[in-house]
Design a protein around this ligand. Structure first.
Ligand SMILES: Nc1ncnc2c1ncn2[C@@H]1O[C@H](COP(=O)(O)OP(=O)(O)OP(=O)(O)O)[C@@H](O)[C@H]1O
Length: 303
């Protein structure tokens, strides 16, 4: 479990993180979302002691990162895949990490297999593509078989097969009971991978909820109805207490109800319909709605 408690981080006049508090629970994938510059990387760096908070703290299983006896065995992090020492081989990089963290050398081969880099183990890290560097970063994060995993933009640079792989890996790690905390700019990716969301803007918490709750709360979903008898349909629905709005092209939009309810009312009152379909908002629409103010504020500030 990760507990972020009243975390603040300033860089000179810039407030990157501003009194942020949330908990990341084990056993599920938690997505970390926010517009550019919202403070995601700063928060993740503070989790592993790479950024010292101006105030507040982050606890991993009840302890600060610098209090962990075997950090790599408790927390695995993929923060900046390009930051590794390019002169070493893929295997050498992992062996060095294993040695300095008292992790058995045999584990290096295991993680190379898990991330699919066994075939390039002798290659210099600097010769790797971005996608392979990402895989090596994931291998390093998994090396200590930690219970907590932090992944900053892990799908960056991955091809479609790599994206499928990391998606499956994150779900498996969470199903194992581990804490998986992952940031991404790709809403469609988070919609498929995350069980829970933490959304921040300007360093502050905007949402802490399940993906479906987040969409329900922040975007509009409705039942679209096309009918040659719009007035009859409208009065049938409103009489049943259902809110109806006017859509484009003469369509009606029933809000806060179900496909079944609309279908049953249409049949009962013998209204002819050409189409009744649920229009579910995407995570992207919900995210844009929620963060619009934050982005606008930033644009006005010229940031
Ligand atoms: N080392 C630093 N020195 C000065 N300012 C910094 C530093 N690191 C981050 N910032 C600033 O802090 C704010 C938050 O940055 P951060 O990188 O944490 O955001 P982010 O949500 O990860 O953004 P992105 O999605 O663009 O990666 C930004 O305004 C950024 O310019």
């Amino acid at each position: 479990m990760i507990e972020v408690k009243q975390l603040s981080k300033r860089y000179g006049a810039t407030v990157a993180v501003d009194g942020l508090s949330f908990t990341v629970e084990p056993g599920r994938v938690t997505g970390f979302l926010g517009p550019n510059g919202a403070g995601k990387s700063t928060t993740m760096r503070a989790m592993v002691g790479l950024d010292r908070p101006t105030s507040g703290e982050v606890l991993i299983d009840g302890k600060r990162y610098d209090q962990l006896a075997h950090p790599l065995r408790q927390v695995g992090a993929l923060l900046d895949a390009r930051s590794l020492n390019g002169g070493r081989t893929v295997r050498g990089h992992l062996q060095g990490l294993a040695l300095s963290n008292r992790i058995p050398a045999a584990r290096v081969h295991e993680v190379l297999d898990i991330v699919g880099l066994a075939g390039v183990a002798g290659k210099r890290a600097k010769g790797l593509s971005l996608g392979m560097s990402q895989r090596l970063g994931v291998a390093a994060a998994l090396l200590g078989d930690p219970q907590v995993l932090l992944l900053d933009e892990p799908v960056n640079g991955l091809d479609p097969e790599g994206i499928l792989w990391i998606r499956g890996l994150m779900k498996r790690l969470a199903a194992d009971g581990r804490t998986v905390f992952v940031s991404s700019h790709l809403m469609s990716e988070m919609a498929l991978t995350a069980d829970h969301l933490i959304v921040i803007g300007q360093g502050r918490l905007l949402a802490d909820s399940s993906v479906s709750e987040f969409i329900d709360r922040n975007a509009r979903s409705f039942i679209l109805i096309r009918t040659p008898e719009p007035e009859k349909m409208r009065s049938t629905l409103t009489t049943a207490g259902i809110r109806v709005e006017q859509g484009g092209d003469g369509a009606l939009e029933a809000v806060g109800t179900t496909l079944e309810a609309v279908g049953a009312l249409a049949a009962q009152h013998q209204v002819t319909v050409y189409e009744i379909s649920p229009q579910v908002a995407s995570l992207e629409e919900a995210f844009m709605q929620l963060t619009a103010n934050a982005v606008e504020y930033r644009a006005q500030q010229g940031v």
